[in-house]
Write a protein that binds this ligand. Structure first.
Ligand SMILES: [Zn+2]
Ligand SMILES: [Zn+2]
Length: 151
């Protein structure tokens, strides 16, 4: 099978040919940092091939202190993009695909490292799109006029 993908700004586009063996939602601290979210969502393949269709020169690959925690991203818009790990494993961020993911997530991993707010998320209100005024506005972090002349 072939799967098309691209970054948010559209300058980088790629195509994957082949199948995936696994799809992990990783909640480790590194994945939370590099996605800015609760977890990474990456699909793994030892056999599929990656072909850049455009913008390959805009792709930067960051290897965290040489640990093998690798992230590739578009240097224009910052979107996560596929990378090939040492040993040849292809890693494709599920959100980078322009089509449906070819397999459901295999498992959550590193859940003992998850963020304190990453719990019971299926129980909070859900909206089809941006809600109107039904969601309470965040309270301010700092008060104005504190220590003023009194009112
Ligand atoms: Zn981009
Ligand atoms: Zn991780």
């Amino acid at each position: 099978m072939n799967y098309a993908g691209s970054c948010l700004c559209g300058k980088v586009a790629f195509e994957i040919e082949g199948g995936f063996e696994s799809f992990y939602l990783c909640h480790c601290e590194r994945c939370r940092k590099d996605t800015g979210s609760a977890h990474a969502a990456n699909m793994f393949s030892s056999t599929a091939t990656l072909r850049w269709l455009s913008g390959e020169d805009l792709v930067k690959t960051f290897d965290f202190n040489g640990t093998g925690h690798v992230k590739s991203f578009c240097t224009v818009c910052g979107s996560a993009l596929p990378n090939i790990q040492k040993g040849g494993m292809l890693v494709v961020p599920a959100g980078s695909l322009d089509c449906d993911a070819p397999l459901p997530p295999t498992a959550h991993i590193f859940v003992s490292h998850k963020a304190n707010w990453d719990t019971g998320l299926e129980k909070i209100p859900a909206f089809g799109e941006l809600p109107e005024s039904t969601v309470p506005r965040p309270s301010r972090c700092t008060k104005r006029n504190q220590g003023g002349s009194g009112e």
